[in-house]
Design a protein around this ligand. Structure first.
Ligand SMILES: Nc1ncnc2c1ncn2[C@@H]1O[C@H](COP(=O)(O)OP(=O)(O)OP(=O)(O)O)[C@@H](O)[C@H]1O
Ligand SMILES: [Mg+2]
Length: 244
């Protein structure tokens, strides 16, 4: 197993709600070459879970290991092995994609030559070559999202954590995003993503975790989840589990 998540939970406090668990007792694993999807309604705890694994948030409970590295205790080392696309990633409007990838690539310890090669490779595989020297302020949402992914994985990490990677993308941009994620899988990357799209989950994910109200309700392949619920369409499987 590449990523092992064990009993992870996060307690938040908000004035109007008091203390509550945004996620609790979340356990799952993602192997090399596997795409694992978290599926759940708004506020279910997907982003919180992903942010904890990406070490942006500290966990209240639980443990995560990535290739044996303790993600929370040895977060510096773990971060070098992962890339995180947050749903609110911003880009510097005054910089071009090439400049952003140069900046983050160098921050991650790549040499000038490595940055150059990696930029060319990512621009080609994510299909934004035409825009590589255009300031981000002038780019479409789809291209910005592609550049955000490229930025997140410029250091070629073994684990990609993608929070709703195709939200807001048109059909063509979604397709090229999917092709990119499947190519990463073929290169034995471990991929953990969240999505609201049943089609996306069905097309990409080897296994799915259904999350609601902070709790992981079921984990399995789509066929396993079908067998558990007795439903065939993923949408019906999802609704059956979430409403149970
Ligand atoms: N920093 C925070 N402080 C307090 N509460 C928070 C914080 N971040 C998230 N929450 C709450 O935790 C719960 C889970 O939120 P989270 O963003 O993880 O859900 P989500 O599954 O990603 O939802 P969506 O599909 O809308 O993106 C929600 O009730 C949210 O309001
Ligand atoms: Mg979210």
């Amino acid at each position: 197993m590449a990523l092992l998540v064990e009993s992870v939970g996060k307690r938040f406090y908000e004035k109007h709600r008091g203390e509550f668990m945004a996620c609790q007792d979340i356990s799952f694993a993602v192997s090399d070459g596997e795409i694992f999807g978290l599926l759940g309604p708004n506020g279910a705890g997907k982003t919180t879970t992903l942010r904890i694994i990406a070490t942006i948030l500290t966990a209240t409970t639980g443990k995560a290991t990535l290739d044996g590295v303790d993600v929370f205790a040895d977060s510096h080392k773990a971060r070098a092995m992962m890339g995180f696309l947050s749903s609110s990633t911003g880009l510097y409007d005054r910089l071009t994609p090439a400049e952003i990838l140069h900046y983050f690539g160098r921050l991650c310890g790549l040499t000038e030559a490595e940055v150059k090669a990696r930029t060319a490779q990512l621009a080609q595989s994510l299909d934004f070559e035409k825009y590589v020297n255009v300031r981000c302020a002038g780019l479409s949402q789809g291209t910005r999202q592609k550049v955000s992914i490229a930025r997140a994985i410029v250091h070629n990490p073994k684990l990609m954590i993608l929070d709703e990677p195709s939200t807001g993308l048109d059909v063509l941009a979604t397709q090229s995003m999917h092709d990119f994620i499947l190519a990463a899988k073929a290169q034995e990357k471990a991929i953990l993503l969240s999505t609201h799209s049943m089609d996306e989950a069905e097309k990409l994910c080897d296994r799915i975790g259904i999350i609601n109200d902070g709790k992981l309700l079921a984990v399995g392949t789509i066929d396993e989840l079908r067998a558990v619920t007795g439903k065939s369409r993923l949408e019906d499987v999802f609704v059956t589990l979430v409403r149970a």
